[in-house]
Design a binder for this molecule. Structure first.
Ligand code: ATP
Length: 299
């Protein structure tokens, strides 16, 4: 599933004003029958301090529209606070669906997701989404200048130097300075490449200082620059203490995520392998096969 959005609380209408976004947003809404949106206020707990431990406990899921097709089957996965986990697997293996459940676009059919040991479905949705930074494959920007695009949706007071710090972490600072009016350049349809848009969206996510950062890497067909984008974020998370947080990356190019703490390999809705890049190469299973296949494709 390729969709992309960035949650401004539950404010879908502001998404619709984004540059070139309306069609995609309608597609997204078409994909999500209205009863799949979890109503606000159904459960409204907030955790006093969120550490960022994400746990899938025996989670199974099928989309309501296709009840006979199991999409996730008995997924158990614990992502520790500040851990960088990459999720890989063939198209259709269930990677985006796993993230959809974490974003609470859908509820598990069976099993549950725990956040710091607390059931996700009991948490206030808006509160929860404010703590997640999500960068999708085709991020949407707004008809405002670059600085406002980066600070958009931030609830605290933001100084220009905060915006520039986030842009540096997202490897966006240099190309922004090269624009006609730097950070004050107005964003329109043709201003930025796909990879640059993704960097602005990453800066936006980072500025909100989310406890959990979720990146859906653009596929190579969409943009060759995104490999560098994801690698850059992983480097920043490693090297800058202020960037430490739980990171979940859906990776389409395996070369991007070799430095992840853990790689989770999915196949037909199940987790079939987990380990570091080295461990999985030694194991010589699906991950090793996929890596060889991609290396051949590039060569
Ligand atoms: P890709 O790498 O292509 O993004 P993926 O690993 O993220 O794939 P998913 O998008 O999670 O896989 O899809 C898993 C399965 O769920 C697929 O069979 C897909 O057709 C199906 N699916 C995805 N979204 C929906 C939906 N909204 N309604 C019904 N089925 C869906």
């Amino acid at each position: 599933l390729i969709y992309s959005t960035w949650w401004v609380g539950d404010n879908l209408s502001s998404l619709m004003q984004s540059v070139g976004a309306s069609e995609k947003v309608f597609q997204l809404m078409d994909l999500l029958p209205s009863d799949q949106f979890i109503s606000k206020g159904k459960k409204s707990s907030r955790l006093q301090r969120l550490v960022g431990h994400v746990e899938f406990v025996n989670v199974s899921f099928h989309y309501a529209t296709r009840p006979t097709v199991p999409v996730l089957q008995s997924i158990s996965l614990s992502v520790k606070p500040n851990e960088v986990v990459a999720i890989v697997g063939l198209s259709g293996s269930g990677k985006s669906t796993l993230v959809n459940l974490l974003l609470r676009l859908y509820e598990p059919t069976n099993g549950q997701i725990l956040i710091d040991g607390f059931p996700l479905q009991e948490l206030d949705v808006k509160w929860w989404r404010e703590r997640i930074g999500f960068v999708g494959q085709e991020p949407k920007l707004f008809r405002m200048d670059i600085s406002s695009n980066i600070s958009y949706g931030c609830t605290r007071d933001i100084r220009q130097e905060d915006v520039e710090w986030a842009a540096k972490q997202a490897y966006a600072h240099d190309f922004i300075l090269a624009l006609p009016n730097g950070y004050h350049t107005l964003v329109d349809d043709d201003l930025l490449s796909g990879g640059q848009k993704q960097r602005i969206a990453i800066a936006r996510a980072i500025l909100r200082d989310p406890t959990i950062l979720i990146l859906d890497e653009a596929t190579s067909a969409l943009d060759a620059e995104s490999e560098h984008n994801v690698k850059g974020v992983l480097r920043a998370v490693r090297s800058d203490k202020t960037m430490r947080r739980t990171v979940i990356v859906i990776a389409h190019r395996l070369s991007t995520i070799q430095a992840a703490d853990r790689i989770v390999v999915m196949d037909a809705g199940r987790i079939v392998e987990t380990g570091s890049h080295r461990e999985l190469v030694v194991d010589d299973g699906l991950y090793a096969r996929l890596t060889r296949r991609q290396a051949d494709a590039v060569a």
